[in-house]
Design a protein around this ligand. Structure first.
Ligand code: URA
Length: 214
């Protein structure tokens, strides 16, 4: 990433800080644009800010954030080595799922973050961001455990850390496997079929319309 790209990312964050493109701006405390190294090879994409994130302006800062940092630590990385962002940058009321028009209004930010950061590996955290980015209705339980070629990079879906906090040791163990997979891909060549999603055609259905990239 060039210095120009770093500056553009900062300027995009400033633009986002005043964004009123959707109703989520009405009740937010802070826009949670993203956090971490703009040169990161590994980028995480969650769903949207929760209570703590909205208060602090940073993604994944509560208990989920602590678990994410622990899993990173286990593969020899720190929060400052990666970039963390969400599909929507403002907290949905009562932590409900972001709605289609809110995703539409916000997706330009995530798209540009990806274009500027150019991570080698993207890890989606949980069902919501995984289904949205892979344009599928297949659930996270089936999609995790392997890497999916995605726009010239590897996408490694894993559970949302909150699911491991609720779901116990088996979920945590599977997250560890996914983090190890991502770690290996950081030093692997990019996928040979840049766009091809490793997903059956018949599972690509209504979330198509939510597609981040077309
Ligand atoms: N859950 C998310 O999906 N993102 C956050 O930033 C925090 C919790």
């Amino acid at each position: 990433m060039s210095e120009e790209s770093v500056r553009e990312l900062e300027s995009l964050a400033q633009t986002a800080a005043g964004c009123t493109a959707c109703r989520l701006s009405e009740n937010r405390t802070t826009v949670v644009f993203g956090d971490g190294d703009p040169l990161a090879d590994l980028m995480f994409i969650g769903e949207g800010p929760g209570f703590n994130e909205d208060q602090q302006g940073l993604p994944f800062v509560g208990k989920s954030g602590n678990l994410l940092e622990q899993l990173l630590d286990e593969i020899g990385l720190h929060r400052a080595d990666v970039y963390i962002a969400n599909v929507v940058k403002c907290r949905p009321p009562n932590n409900r799922d972001p709605q289609q028009d809110e995703i539409e209004a916000c997706k330009g930010y995530l798209r540009r973050q990806l274009e500027l950061i150019q991570p080698k590996v993207v890890m989606t955290l949980g069902n919501f961001s995984t289904k949205l980015l892979l344009k599928t209705t297949t659930g996270i339980t089936k999609l995790r455990g392997s890497a999916h070629p995605w726009w010239g990079r590897h996408l490694v879906p894993t559970f949302h850390p909150a699911a491991a906090l609720r779901g116990g040791p088996r979920v945590l163990e599977q997250m560890r496997e996914d983090f190890a997979l991502a770690q290996g891909l950081l030093v692997a060549p990019p996928p040979s079929h840049p766009k091809a999603p490793a997903i059956a055609e018949d599972s690509i259905a209504e979330v198509e319309q939510l597609g981040l990239f077309r």
